[in-house]
Write a protein that binds this ligand. Sequence first.
Ligand SMILES: NC(=O)c1ccc[n+]([C@@H]2O[C@H](COP(=O)([O-])OP(=O)(O)OC[C@H]3O[C@@H](n4cnc5c(N)ncnc54)[C@H](OP(=O)(O)O)[C@@H]3O)[C@@H](O)[C@H]2O)c1
Length: 247
Amino acid sequence: MDYQVEPQALKDHVILVTGAGAGIGKQAAMSYAEHGATVILLGKTVNKLEATFDEIVAAGFPEPAIVPLDLKGASKQNYLDMVDTIEQEYGRLDGILHNASLLGMIGPFEHIEEDSFDDLMQVNVKAELLMTQAALPLLRKAPQGRVVFTSSTVGHSGRALWGAYAISKFATEGMMQVLADEMSITNVRINAINPGATRTNMRAQAYPAEDANMLKTPLELMPLYLYLMSAESQDINGQCIDAQPKR
Ligand SMILES: NC(=O)c1ccc[n+]([C@@H]2O[C@H](COP(=O)([O-])OP(=O)(O)OC[C@H]3O[C@@H](n4cnc5c(N)ncnc54)[C@H](OP(=O)(O)O)[C@@H]3O)[C@@H](O)[C@H]2O)c1
């Protein structure tokens, strides 16, 4: 399918991107801004967010905002406060890209440690739940609210050694489907993207011996990221779509 959108498809939209300081999230923030959106850059490491901010401003795109937040320690109140601030500053929120994730340990199921399991489920699942709950009142008011989750090939087909990460991505897809069904009677659309193997730090952590030049770059995935955030995708709800055709 051709996922092209108009050059200013996200004009005046306000879009929150988690994990906007690196990898796919950074590129998505850049691409949303390029298409007219004011992007709220959420992430853990401030200097990475500042670098994304600077690149967006230098390119002449709408000035973004920075929300430094460690999803591991964030509370429900943090998300409610963040959404209040967004409403006061911008008066609207049109979309969230849930992109930030931890990979955790690649290794046998029997070696999954309780503490690292809790951290991973906190960042990859519970943070998405609490942030989405806090944002839904604003998303419902948007002309076409959008929530895009990020899954993985191991989020719909379990694979040896992918442990807590795979479990968390199954949970993300479940959350996406439950919410999509509830939102089907509204203008809000809820979907997920499976990026597939992509040239980022996380991929290098999982496959350190791989030749990264063989992988797609985040930029190559952007047509789908833009499409699911735009008005064009009004008829799509509750789907997890592969950004890369099967290889
Ligand atoms: N790359 C792939 O091949 C691939 C394949 C399938 C799915 N995915 C999914 O695609 C998404 C993006 O992955 P990526 O490859 O771009 O990963 P990445 O380069 O490692 O980037 C992950 C981002 O998440 C942020 N993050 C991690 N923990 C956080 C926390 N506690 N609080 C706030 N932010 C946090 C990181 O911020 P800091 O840099 O500040 O830590 C970073 O910006 C993830 O959901 C991943 O599971 C990737």
